[in-house]
Design a protein. Structure first.
Length: 60
């Protein structure tokens, strides 16, 4: 069973999340030949002050 973890900045709408889940599920099923009920997706919101790149917080 494929498990997909998505980490992204908070602020996406429920509709955007639904679309993401649908697209990820469809793509996974095409690539792996599995059924949609086998695909699980975890979406985690991250605050910009909790994410850094190149030594700088995204909130800065």
């Amino acid at each position: 069973m494929p498990m997909i973890n998505v980490q992204m900045f908070e602020g996406r709408t429920p509709e955007q999340r639904r679309k993401l889940a649908k697209e990820l599920t469809e793509g996974t099923c095409r690539a792996l030949g599995c059924t949609p009920d086998a695909v699980q997706i975890i979406i985690t919101d991250i605050k910009k002050e909790n994410w850094a790149e190149a030594g700088k917080l995204f909130s800065d």
